[in-house]
Structure formats: C-alpha cells, structure tokens
Design a protein around this ligand. Structure first.
Ligand SMILES: [Zn+2]
Length: 122
C-alpha cells in the first residue's frame, strides 16, 4: 500500500460496472457538481463538487470557443481552469499507472475519513 498516494477505480455499487457517466450540473450561485451515474444500469454512484477543473482542451481552443471575449483578468483563471499542460498529463499517467498496478481497496469515504483523522495504515 502506498503510504502517501493511492488510486481507486470507482465502481457501481449496484452492478459492479466500471463504466460511468459524469453528469456535470451547474446552478447559479452554487458550486459546480458532478453526479456520477452507472453507464450500465443508471444507478447513482457518487457526487463531487468541483473546486478546480482541468480539461483536455487547449487554452487557445477555449479562447476560440468563447469568441475572444475573455478579458485579460479572466485569462489566468481560464488557463488554470481548463488548459491541460505537461504537469497534468504526467499526473494523469501516474494515476492511471497506480490504478493498474495497485488500486486502493478503501472506499472513497474511508480515504477521506482517514485523511481527515491523520490515520495511516502504512
Ligand atoms: Zn450499475
């Protein structure tokens, strides 16, 4: 078990499938939410609130998408929110490798609880 880092593949509690659909929900004044649903049986799996977001879209592509209406002060935020860079790509490769080689058996709730309470099983 990795002491300071681990990865877990999310599965449907109803049917065990690893194939999921992410439903991104926006509501004015509320944090962006992602509802994870099973792609096989449509069961609810989890909900996340988004603090940061990075997509595979390039920064230039996002600027094009928004038709060039992004003011300078928004550009740094845009860059932070969405442009995939080498660091993110490297982390993605690392996380994918962890999931393949040594998946964390703990439930997400357990990981969050143990992290909040400083528990380490080494
Ligand atoms: Zn399912």
């Amino acid at each position: 078990m990795a002491v300071n880092e681990s990865t877990r593949v999310e599965r449907c509690p109803a049917c065990g499938s690893e194939t999921v659909r992410n439903l991104v929900h926006w509501e004015r004044g509320a944090p962006l939410e992602v509802y994870v649903a099973c792609a096989a049986c449509d069961s609810f799996i989890a909900r996340y609130t988004v603090e940061r977001y990075t997509s595979s879209e390039s920064y230039e592509g996002l600027l094009r998408l928004l038709g060039g209406h992004v003011v300078t002060s928004e550009r740094e935020l845009m860059r932070e929110l969405a442009a995939i860079d080498d660091e993110v790509r490297r982390r993605f490769e690392r996380v994918r490798e962890l999931a393949r080689e040594h998946e964390d058996p703990r439930r997400i709730e357990q990981i969050l609880y143990e992290e909040a309470n400083g528990e380490r099983d080494g």
